[in-house]
Write a protein that binds this ligand. Sequence first.
Ligand SMILES: Cc1cc2nc3c(=O)[nH]c(=O)nc-3n(C[C@H](O)[C@H](O)[C@H](O)COP(=O)(O)OP(=O)(O)OC[C@H]3O[C@@H](n4cnc5c(N)ncnc54)[C@H](O)[C@@H]3O)c2cc1C
Length: 445
Amino acid sequence: MTASLPTLDVAIIGGGVAGLATAHYLLARSPGTRLAVIEGSGRVGGNVRTLRHDDCLVDVGPDTLVTQDGASSACDDLGVVAESPSSAAARVHVAHDGRIDPMPEGLVFGVPRSFAAIARTRLLSLPAKLRAACDLVLPNREGDGSLSVVESRLGREAKENLVEPLVSGIYGGELERLDAGVVMPQLAGTRGSLIRALARAPRRIPKMVGPARGMETLVEALACSVSAERIFRARRVVAIERGRSGERLRFGDGSALDATQVVLATPPHAALPLLRPHVPELEGTLKARMRSAIVVVLAYDASTTKLPDGSGILVARKEAHAFVGVTFVHAKWPTRVREGRAVIRAVIDLDRRPDLAQASDDEIVRAVHADLSRHARVDVPLWAHVEHYPEATPIPELGHRARMNEARAQARNAGFSLVGAAYDGAGLAGCLRGARELAEALAGG
Ligand SMILES: Cc1cc2nc3c(=O)[nH]c(=O)nc-3n(C[C@H](O)[C@H](O)[C@H](O)COP(=O)(O)OP(=O)(O)OC[C@H]3O[C@@H](n4cnc5c(N)ncnc54)[C@H](O)[C@@H]3O)c2cc1C
């Protein structure tokens, strides 16, 4: 690749969902745009990875899309058939105090909408239930905007056994440092009872779907719509040089590509080194604590396996488990797993288990199997798959959104665009929405 190639209108750095979707929406709005998606690794999709093995289909990375933000219409438009998780699998258990108990129904991220919802749960002791009920009578108090409000209003046990397993399982990080406005906007600005605030808020249960043939079919459909000749794989951008008429993207082998506009669809830690020389003020804003994870898929002989009912187990922080959560894939997506198999997908958060960062795959598999054996009857796994996700997802800590908005504005002032999970919301639906909005702005500008 040399700079003698015609100058592109738009170069998109990063071929994850955000980068591909930006290209897709931009071409839909403005088909004549000369653009390229430049991906550093040998494959597009970023975090999205679908394992097809032994007649089983397992989304190792993201497996569901929240249908808000037009995510399901994006699937429809691309001809990707989406399905809902099995309703039989709606129930989830929480591992706490050496045992598992079902999460009560009707909670919002583990926070009850009424005292009745937690009156009978075995996840809380009687004193903890009474402590949680104090939420209804405690005086109003200004919070710091973090989810520390959960413990101060509902008590420690409700935080540890109801809210934290779910919220930290999804976002990583500690409740005391997570931004309530990002994770639970219904509670943002609440000074008084959380139970009452949720009871007052419109009851919107986000609908989840997943592409029936795996999340990679969404990536394949996006890539197909963008078309192969516009996607460059295994081309890591190592520098951006500014010229009079645009930007020159420099690759490791010294080759280059010119573009009038540059979109960075990468996490902040990958964007900052490229932008720092041109926008030094980003040093103070374009940073996010990232979560590193390991995902382990284990397949068992279903005839010798006895798992709890429901779709999986979440783990309270004080339980010394390798994984923060495990999904029973055959229960959640029954048509994706061949008869006779029980397939589980466990997520290890390396913040909680830094010791496993250097462990061998065998050691990781053994640790997950041993933890699962505490709550289920499982024989030796028939096969296993281990996938590493270093610095994969931004943790929405207090101030994250404001910092990202500021970074975006600073980058925009210098002529660069930022898109993706760090800026538009941690999930795929946010990435798709952010990509659509950016494409509209680029096409209109
Ligand atoms: C285990 C796991 C489970 C998840 N589950 C869900 C879920 O169920 N639902 C959900 O909505 N979300 C989920 N997520 C989050 C979701 O995966 C992310 O929101 C989404 O994939 C982020 O997409 P992105 O395009 O912003 O970034 P990425 O997917 O990180 O893509 C960025 C791309 O940029 C490339 N890149 C970086 N630097 C350069 C460079 N210098 N030059 C060229 N290319 C570069 C990278 O190689 C990568 O391909 C999950 C994430 C993980 C890790």
